[in-house]
Design a protein around this ligand. Structure first.
Ligand code: COA
Length: 173
């Protein structure tokens, strides 16, 4: 059993649903993404303060979440489409460019898979540019299958199974 006062434990990355009080920190995170040109590969919505406030306050069926470490936002993820009436949610993630390559992307993906499964989804879809090698490698390693294209991006589909969705203990609540 982990000790909550253990500094090593408190610095572990953790995934959780977004909260209204995250708006300001999310806005600063979006600023960092813009400054580093992340929008070239990932543009689910404008990375503005206004959007940060909207996402943090969202109470719909779509799901927005964060990966944090020592209270810093290191990653942002989403499952969208439920509000629009789709049964299969579309996944999107981004990790702070300064923190990529340390397993955060994989962790956030697994958290989103678990959340989608808990909410009854049978599949997850996503779109990715073919030249986004890092993301493509990650998605393929997680079992996404790419068979079509939309707006210049490959469309990936993952069939959720107990093995690809149940490895995270973190809760979406
Ligand atoms: C794609 C992204 C989310 C990956 O996050 P990350 O934290 O860097 O990824 P991880 O460290 O968890 O690595 C996961 C996998 O990616 C692959 N990967 C990581 N670095 C890589 C690199 N330099 N080249 C190729 N593949 C790489 C590996 O398969 C790795 O798996 P491993 O566990 O075997 O090492 C991140 O690079 C990102 O935010 N990119 C910008 C936004 C974006 O493109 N989002 C996706 C839009 S579709």
């Amino acid at each position: 059993m982990g000790n909550p006062t253990d500094p090593a434990a408190s610095s572990s990355p953790a995934c959780r649903a977004i909260r209204p009080e995250d708006a300001e920190a999310l806005s600063r995170f979006f600023e960092r993404l813009r400054a580093q040109g992340v929008e070239k590969f990932f543009h689910p919505h404008p990375f503005t303060a206004e959007e940060a406030a909207k996402r943090a306050a969202d109470t719909g069926r779509d799901f927005y979440c964060l990966l944090t470490q020592e209270n810093e936002i290191m990653g942002y993820g989403m499952l969208r489409g439920w509000d629009a009436g789709y049964a299969i949610p579309s996944l999107g993630i981004v990790i702070d460019p300064g923190a990529q390559g340390h397993g955060h992307g994989r962790r956030l993906m697994e958290f989103l898979h678990t959340t989608a499964r808990q909410r009854g989804a049978s599949h997850i879809r996503l779109k990715v540019y073919l030249e986004n090698i890092r993301a493509m490698t990650l998605y393929r390693s997680l079992g996404y299958v790419f068979q079509s294209e939309e707006g210049g991006q490959a469309v990936g589909l993952l069939a959720l199974t107990p093995t690809n969705a149940a490895s995270q203990k973190e809760s979406a609540e």
